[in-house]
Ligand binder design. Structure first.
Ligand code: PMP
Length: 440
């Protein structure tokens, strides 16, 4: 009986692998590897910090999938709220001033949560669209102000801002540029120092620069914390030069760093904040651009009878908005931001242990549950991908960052992780490092 069931399952697995290879072009992956090996995982369900795949593996999701499943997997409440919203109003347009209650309530909630006078949100389906919306909005703004030549977008090297045409161009990681023949004009990347930004402004002229965009903590580029005092100085430079300051809080927003927003750590109120991922914990696609009251009032005054000629079909999707409201309610109800702070300290203690025990661990860093371990085994090739393979054998999905010669392991587990589970994660990394070091 059991073998018959296992045979069926194996057959289904093989069928899905073949179909996946034939019909599914995967995002950010090697086509060759996909064609040779098929999909690395076919997930079937999730619970808390764990994912299960079709072959019966139970795996710790150490990056909350894509730094987004913050409240953890398998939250039935979100399914219920989505079903209720779909049954009532599955979709309605928000173009041409049409509206609905979930989007209104969520916009109000975001205004309440974001720092300072960040009070008005334009909704998108994700982070790339949020950043593209910000770039178009700042150019629109300067055009309305009679300064259409003020259009350059400046970002930092090693930044990640998404993969739409504008957000790819702002992303400061070369492989994303090399994928295509050229990035959009008027996008520039600077080193992560206030002096580098100053030098760029001196060279190009403030009258040509629309905005500066940065993540509070660089995520996909290797979990890089900002230099001390960097944001305060950079914001001052932007103010002095009439450059709009955009914070990309797509990873850091809604509690990931142990405060509601990354900006809260640095007492920064950006002119524009971009959000996504954690607003729904990934249960439904949603992102947004939040404007300060000052900027929005100016836009109102400058717009006159003109239209805001930008909008996505799914701007303010009612189901995504209802899911976001419930997700935020859960974060608040369970005190998860506070818990992230505590677990973040556990994670750093674990990293310190790894550093003590392994010569190949060079350094570590973290803010809340956003952390990384820097490796250096003295080898030509980075070892992080090998460590990740070993972690998988021991029941954990890990993430290696190898851009720009880095050799880094990134961590961003779900907020609901316990002290014991942090230790379990660290133990797996420890054993994996032992296995990799043995073969060096
Ligand atoms: N900005 C940051 C900081 C991100 O980490 C990401 C996604 N990893 C994006 C933007 C793009 O978001 P999305 O993939 O939802 O378009």
């Amino acid at each position: 009986m059991e073998t018959a069931m296992m045979k069926d399952l194996q057959k289904k697995y093989e069928e899905l692998v073949d179909l996946d290879k034939a019909h599914f072009l995967h995002p950010t992956s090697s086509i060759k590897q996909h064609q040779e090996n098929g999909p690395a995982f076919i997930f079937t369900e999730g619970e808390g910090i764990y994912l299960k795949d079709i072959q019966g593996n139970k795996l710790i999701d150490s990056l909350s999938s894509l730094w987004n499943v913050n409240i953890g997997h398998g939250r039935k409440e979100l399914g219920e709220v989505a079903a209720e919203q779909m049954g009532k109003l599955g979709f309605a347009s928000t173009f041409a001033t049409w509206s609905h209650e979930p989007v209104i309530r969520l916009a109000q909630k975001v205004a309440e949560m974001t720092p300072g006078d960040l009070n008005t949100t334009f909704f998108t389906s994700g982070g790339s669209e949020a950043n593209d919306t910000a770039f178009k909005t700042v150019r629109h703004y300067w055009k309305l102000k009679g300064q259409p030549e003020k259009k350059k977008i400046v970002s930092r090297k090693k930044s990640y801002h998404g993969v739409a045409m504008g957000s790819t161009s702002a992303t400061g990681l070369k492989p994303f540029h090399d994928f295509t023949t050229s990035i959009a004009p008027d996008f520039h990347h600077v080193d992560s120092s206030a002096d580098a930004l100053r030098a760029f402004i001196d060279e190009e002229g403030a009258e040509t620069i629309a905005a500066f965009i940065t993540e509070p903590v660089q995520g996909s580029g290797g979990v890089n914390l900002p230099p001390d005092g960097y944001f305060q100085e950079v914001q001052q430079i932007c103010k002095e030069n009439n450059i709009i300051f955009i914070m990309d809080e797509v990873i850091t927003g809604f509690g990931r760093t142990g405060k509601t927003f990354g900006s809260d750590h640095f007492n920064i109120v950006p002119d524009i904040m971009c959000i996504a991922k954690g607003i729904t914990s990934g249960y439904a696609p949603l992102g947004g651009m939040v404007l300060t009251e000052r900027l929005y009032k100016e836009l109102i005054d400058l717009s006159g009878d003109g239209m805001f000629m930008h909008g996505y079909t799914y701007s303010g999707h009612p189901v995504s908005c209802a899911v976001a409201l419930k997700n935020i309610e859960i974060i608040e109800r369970e005190g998860l931001v506070e818990h992230v702070r505590e677990m973040g300290e556990e994670l750093l203690r674990g990293f310190e242990m790894l550093k003590q025990e392994h010569d190949s661990v060079k350094d570590y860093r973290g803010l809340g549950l956003l952390g990384a371990v820097g490796l250096d085994a003295g080898t030509e090739e980075p070892i992080a991908p090998k460590v990740v393979s070993e972690c998988f054998k021991r029941g954990m999905i890990g993430r290696a960052v190898v851009y720009d010669g880095q050799d880094t392991l990134a961590f961003a587990p779900p907020f609901v992780i316990t002290k014991e589970q942090v230790q379990e994660m660290i133990d797996i990394v420890h054993e994996s490092l032992v296995a990799v070091e043995k073969d060096l």
